[in-house]
Design a protein around this ligand. Sequence first.
Ligand SMILES: [Zn+2]
Length: 125
Amino acid sequence: MSFDLNDLLDRGGALADSAKRTAADLAQRGKRQLDLTAAQSRLAKAQRQLGALVYSLVRNGEHNDALVQKYVDAIAKVEAEIDALRADGAAPAAPAAGAAPHLCPQCGAEVEPDALFCNNCGAQL
Ligand SMILES: [Zn+2]
């Protein structure tokens, strides 16, 4: 039985390629994970800023719909980015594994865990 060095080299090359691909894939996944975490923190920041802006506008009886809309657009963009990253396989930064959804006691709509009021009916939570 002849020892086929070329065949062995081919196999070795294929294995190395596959290891390289796996490493690249892991690096890619790690990057997506970092992107997702960064996007989520940008989202939280934009939401806080929008909240502060709306609070100050309402409190002072003012309107600045153009500015509010800018924040809403920016937030929608980040949300789309997060959706894309999740669809791409990145796991949510704070997985609510097995956590029951928070429901409004008034209308039963799903609400954010830290929401003060229901987005659907406005009930205090
Ligand atoms: Zn409600």
